[in-house]
Design a protein around this ligand. Structure first.
Ligand SMILES: Cc1cc2nc3c(=O)[nH]c(=O)nc-3n(C[C@H](O)[C@H](O)[C@H](O)COP(=O)(O)O)c2cc1C
Length: 392
């Protein structure tokens, strides 16, 4: 008998006070199906399908307040109704034995007046508008620069959202400090033109994010807090002239909190090398500097994920699009079975019900055609092909 080789992604890892059985993390994925900002029962099926015993799931970006929204039908966690709606979803994930962190966010200027209470201007670090996108025709509204004395109120919204997440049953929160949203609008020098103590120097630009981190750690304990950062990403006109210094400064701030659970970083934009998309693997200095669990994300597949775990480049790897299309991703990695292709057309569709594809009906008796089952029959076929005999 040939001894089975250990698959690096499927080895256990201790994350703070939690014990993970594998390192395949569900990345936060906005799905735009939380009507009127209230999470819906179908999310319990969606998340629990991706939950495994000892796995870690990160919920989609979830608004901290009424001004935090910028996309249709995204969930919130600032009202009691929203907290109560999250509870059965979190329970469903816990019943499968997985950990569940809630990503909490504020979009800042990535919004329009239509999303804002009373049609007001979106708030930001700046009153500079995001350059309208000629290709998509998307125009974000001109934001209003927050006054210095308003900033503690937003910090408090984050603090309350974290408390609410714990009340909803989440194991912790991931602060959304990435992708050009409010925290990054302050952090990066392309979008921070302030002259008060929240602008100018690196320390000043990071002050708002650091205050949010400190407030949340104080509220729910460092052992329930992680953060997502993307110093190299230039999404939504948010870029920095020295992303390396920015990332290092933020990691140093996280290290001040003993037991801060994780730092989740998004890779720089992928490059094409020899005709193949390559992950830049630009996060090593931050991984080395950070004291807690380090999660890498952005373009990973099975091979690259195993490689970075084996090399000690990351403790965990977060998967977005392929986890969306393959709810049983850890099992597929174990079997090295083929993956379903993701379907961009359904990433953000508000209706979780899509017409069934022809092939879905063949042998698919009893299956619902709900989109939140994302390729479920297809998936069953692949699993059976791989000799794995369990179906949900
Ligand atoms: C449909 C979709 C929704 C996303 N929503 C979020 C989100 O809510 N929060 C976030 O930080 N990133 C979000 N992302 C980015 C993903 O978390 C991830 O970083 C990205 O897809 C790259 O990883 P991948 O190559 O494994 O897909 C989203 C990506 C997609 C495709």
């Amino acid at each position: 008998m040939v001894a089975k080789e250990a698959i690096p992604l499927l080895t256990p890892h201790r994350i703070g006070r939690f014990e993970l059985s594998h390192r395949v993390v569900l990345a936060p994925l906005t799905r735009c199906r939380s009507y009127a900002n209230v999470p819906q029962p179908h999310a319990a099926a969606y998340y629990s399908q991706r939950a495994t015993k000892g796995g870690l799931l990160i919920a989609e970006a979830t608004g901290v307040s009424a001004t935090a929204q910028g996309y249709p039908e995204t969930p919130g966690i600032w009202t009691q109704q929203q907290v109560d709606a999250w509870k059965p979803i979190v329970d469903a994930v816990h019943r499968k034995g997985a950990l569940f962190f809630c990503q909490i966010w504020h979009v800042g200027r990535v919004s329009t007046n239509d999303f804002q209470p009373d049609g007001q201007a979106p708030i930001s670090s700046t009153d500079k508008q995001i350059t309208p996108d000629a290709e998509s025709g998307m125009v974000y509204s001109k934001p209003r620069q927050l006054q210095t004395d308003e900033i503690p109120l937003i910090v408090d919204d984050f603090r309350r959202a974290a408390r609410n997440a714990v009340e909803a049953g989440f194991d912790g929160v991931e602060i959304h400090g990435a992708h050009g949203y409010l925290l990054e609008q302050f952090m990066k020098d392309s979008s921070n033109d302030r002259t008060d103590e929240y602008g100018g120097s690196l320390e000043n630009r990071c002050r708002f994010a650091v205050e949010v981190i400190d407030a949340i750690v104080h509220e729910i304990g460092a052992d329930r807090v992680g953060i997502r950062l993307s110093p190299f990403v230039d999404y939504m006109d948010c870029f920095d002239s020295d992303p390396h210094a920015l990332g290092m400064y933020m990691v140093q701030q996280l290290n001040k909190h003993q037991g801060f659970v994780y730092c989740h970083m998004v890779e720089p934009r992928m490059a094409i090398v020899d005709g193949r998309r390559q992950i830049p693997h630009g996060l090593l200095p931050f991984r080395k500097a950070f004291n807690g669990t380090f999660i890498a994300a952005g373009g990973y597949d099975r091979e690259e994920g195993n490689k970075v775990v084996a090399d000690g480049y990351a403790d965990l790897v977060a998967y977005g699009r392929i986890f969306l299309a393959n709810p049983d991703l850890p099992k597929r990695f174990e079997l090295d079975s083929p993956l379903n292709k993701y379907d961009r057309n359904t990433f953000y569709t508000q209706d979780p019900v899509v017409p069934p594809f022809g092939s879905y009906l063949i042998g698919g008796g009893g299956f619902s055609c709900y989109n939140f089952y994302e390729h479920v029959v297809d998936e069953r076929m692949c699993i059976l092909d791989a000799g794995y005999n369990h179906i949900f």
